[in-house]
Design a protein around this ligand. Structure first.
Ligand SMILES: [Zn+2]
Length: 83
């Protein structure tokens, strides 16, 4: 979660957040595949800047806990292969 209430793009101070947003829909794209639990999408907090529209996503703690065990996600910079 951002600790600052200043937009990193325009330095505006009108930031709004919405917590625990599902990161997918039955007929849509999942933004956080394989990080939820059975039949439950992972959740995230969305922060929007009213001034410039910059939108940021912060994956909730429960979903982040699944990153290490998920085969769908690759940690950047620690891979044994070159891709
Ligand atoms: Zn902004």
């Amino acid at each position: 979660m951002p600790t600052s209430s200043i937009c990193p793009h325009c330095e505006g101070e009108a930031l709004y957040r919405h917590r625990h947003v599902a990161a997918g829909a039955v007929r849509g794209v999942s933004l956080l595949p394989d990080l939820g639990s059975f039949a439950v999408y992972a959740t995230m907090t969305v922060v929007v800047c009213r001034d410039c529209g910059l939108m940021r996503f912060f994956t909730d703690k429960d979903a982040r806990a699944n990153l290490e065990s998920s085969s769908a996600w690759t940690r950047i910079g620690r891979s044994k292969t070159s891709d």
